[in-house]
Design a protein around this ligand. Structure first.
Ligand code: HEM
Length: 213
């Protein structure tokens, strides 16, 4: 076994604050949406919780953004600059998760210090962090005060449109978390990647098991 330090402390702190915050946003968002059906919090408390956690996560997003912008960790998100090779590698990885892993094939990706993500992961994380998360946050801020941001809300087609985009992103994140946690459980042991996101170290099999990554 070789130990590789792959997740630095700021990334780990950002990640677990983000994960806990997203779960709170999902829970309080459901409470706001289904007022009368869910009675864990009052409507007022659910809105207050949703707003506070939302703003905390926006600040946390900027920690992630500037850390990756100002250090060399950002390149993890886009290792391959040739689009054809990138898509081929991502497709190979999808094929592995959908077929190869069930037939004992070796994982096409091997974790390295500057190559912790496989192509499918880096593509998914890039889309989530550069597009879906910002859209979720911007629509959230607009809905937080539709009067103050009336011009922007109207430019986007009105409150209903902004709300629909916000809810569609919410549905995306519910699915993302399930798929994300499942894929994170496919290390050489089911808890290996979770442990790595806690202490920073991935244990790499020197002689990889066919179905490990
Ligand atoms: C219960 C919730 C979650 C759990 C248990 C979880 C678990 C993990 C684990 C174990 C990793 C490291 C393995 C890997 O790199 O694939 C990871 C990485 C990552 N997760 Fe999560 N996650 C959760 C929620 C989220 C959410 C809500 C987001 C985004 C909105 C997210 C975005 C990411 C990103 C971008 C990385 C890569 C971070 C980096 O190394 O730069 N995760 N997650």
């Amino acid at each position: 076994m070789t130990r590789l330090y792959v997740h630095r402390l700021p990334v780990r702190i950002w990640h677990w604050v983000n994960a806990a915050g997203f779960l709170l946003l999902i829970f309080s968002g459901l409470q706001i949406r289904y007022v009368g059906y869910m009675e864990v919090l009052s409507f007022r408390s659910a809105v207050a919780l949703h707003n506070w956690v939302g703003f905390a996560l926006i600040a946390n997003f900027f920690v992630w953004f500037f850390y990756h912008l100002l250090t060399d960790t950002g390149r993890e998100y886009h290792q391959e600059t040739n689009p054809r090779k990138y898509y081929e590698a991502a497709f190979r990885q999808m094929r592995y998760y959908g077929w190869g892993i069930f037939h004992g094939e070796p994982n096409p990706h091997r974790i390295q210090v500057y190559g912790k993500f496989n192509a499918m992961q880096s593509m998914l994380y890039e889309i989530v962090m550069a597009f879906v998360v910002p859209v979720q946050f911007v629509t959230g801020v607009l809905l937080w005060d539709v009067v103050r941001f009336k011009t922007a809300v109207d430019a986007l087609g009105g409150v209903r449109v902004v709300d629909t985009i916000h809810v569609l992103c919410f549905i995306f994140f519910c699915g993302f978390i399930i798929v994300h946690v499942y894929l994170c459980s496919l290390g050489h042991t089911p808890s290996a990647h979770f442990k790595a996101m806690v202490d920073g170290y991935e244990d790499i099999d020197d002689q990889p098991h066919p179905a490990s990554r």
